[in-house]
Design a protein around this ligand. Structure first.
Ligand code: HEM
Length: 88
């Protein structure tokens, strides 16, 4: 609860693209969706289509009304940042 936010680069985001370790970004916020996968009403396969990337357009195409930020509050990793070096 609170804290431990850290910026994520697109390169790091792209490495989290398996069902055991899945992150996605929506509107500049990166979420770890690994534990939400089994609960996604559209099924884990559908949700995995957005893994490892900025899934904003995909998300909005399917269900722009869904309150992802509240559903994934505890899964928030941090902001997606394009202006940081990719190396540690
Ligand atoms: C429903 C796809 C991300 C939450 C659905 C459905 C699809 C889908 C196809 C419809 C299932 C049905 O009615 O049979 C996707 C795709 C995503 C994505 C491709 C990739 C980004 C998310 C995220 C969340 C989420 C990030 C929130 C944590 C929900 C909810 C529903 C739903 C709550 C039920 C919506 C309703 O019935 O009004 N999704 N989803 N989805 N998804 Fe996603």
């Amino acid at each position: 609860v609170g804290g431990r936010m850290r910026p994520v680069t697109p390169a790091e985001l792209s490495t989290h693209n398996t069902t055991n370790d899945a992150w996605l970004a929506i509107r500049g916020r990166v979420y770890n969706i690994t534990h939400y996968l089994p609960y996604h009403p559209g099924g884990p396969e559908e949700l995995m289509r957005g893994a490892g990337m900025d899934a904003t357009q995909l998300f909005d195409k399917v269900h722009p009304w869904v309150n992802y930020d509240s559903l994934l509050a505890k899964c928030l990793v941090g902001p997606l940042r394009f202006d940081l070096p990719d190396a540690e």
